[in-house]
Design a binder for this molecule. Structure first.
Ligand code: PAF
Length: 285
């Protein structure tokens, strides 16, 4: 069976209105396509918690920092639809650009605090673009529950903050990062890695895991993070944007893992920017 595709807000609303009449609980999984097992795990989680699951596919120009990156973003709608069909997703919403940003569109949803630092520091406007499109997708679909991957941990926090601050009647669920057998976090950008880069890429999470073990044992972050930074460069990455220890609850910077925490990193491998994060559990008292 194939997954039905709608491209206009009017068609989306008429499908959703039918489901609402049946009192269905509706989930949304927002994506930019190029679906991989990470996305599919979100769809499975959504199917387990809702009666109807809408996957959205929109390559959102407002969250890209360069026209070249936007142009190079993989677009694989047919393959994406083929991957969704066997799972039993109920609808694929692929809005035309004008359904999201009609002429004259002038509104930005901007979340302060949690969107600053980490990826926000190097990608000005990125989280405004994410918050704006996600707010629209929530309102357009009218979903009760939404699913996001923890690989983009800062994005998950930005979306949670936005939904809470704007009283959007939707539950936000974060799902664990899906990894290749060698540890590399799945990402639509991984297809851009050369064979040599692909061999280096899993070293990022290996270095984070090792640092996380020392942090869990009570080591102070400052020198460990510097050492992790040097190890990432030594492994063959071109540039490290950040390696930081943050509180798991609100992403506040930490100097010690004295509460549940995450170690997050972004680094460039050739022309590809990879991000990842790992759990840091404080040592039991
Ligand atoms: O994570 C993504 O793919 C995007 O940032 C999202 C949430 C679909 C918004 O465009």
């Amino acid at each position: 069976m194939s997954v039905p595709i709608v491209r206009t807000l009017a068609d989306l609303r008429s499908v959703v209105a039918g489901w609402r009449k049946d009192k269905a609980r509706i989930a949304v999984v927002p994506t930019m396509g190029a679906l991989h097992e990470g996305h599919l795990s979100l769809v499975r989680a959504a199917l387990a918690r809702a009666d109807r699951v809408i996957v959205t596919l929109f390559v959102n120009p407002k969250q890209f920092n360069s026209a070249a990156d936007l142009a190079a973003y993989p677009r694989t709608e047919e393959e994406d639809a083929d991957k969704l069909a066997p799972l039993g997703a109920h609808l694929l919403y692929v809005p035309d650009g004008s359904e999201i940003y009609p002429p004259g569109f002038a509104t930005t949803v901007s979340v302060t605090g949690v969107s600053e630092g980490l990826c926000g520091a190097k990608r000005p406007g990125h989280f405004d673009g994410v918050a704006t499109v996600v707010a629209k997708l929530f309102l357009q679909t009218g979903a009760d529950i939404a699913f996001f991957g923890e690989k983009d941990l800062q994005q998950l926090h930005v979306v949670r903050r936005m939904a809470s601050d704007l009283d959007l009647p939707i539950e936000i669920v974060g799902c664990p990062t899906v990894r290749e057998a060698d540890g590399l976090a799945l990402s639509s950008r991984n297809v851009r890695l050369s064979a040599g880069e692909r061999a280096i890429a899993p070293k990022l999470v290996a270095i984070l895991d090792e640092a996380a073990r020392s942090l869990s044992a009570g080591a102070p972050a400052a020198s460990l993070l510097q050492a992790a930074n040097r190890s990432i460069l030594a492994a063959g990455f071109r540039e490290v944007e950040y390696v930081e220890l943050r509180s798991a609850a609100d992403l506040a910077p930490l100097e010690l893992a004295d509460r549940p925490a995450r170690l997050l990193a972004a680094a460039w491998l050739g022309q590809t920017r990879l991000i990842d994060n790992v759990v840091v559990q404080p040592a039991a008292e």
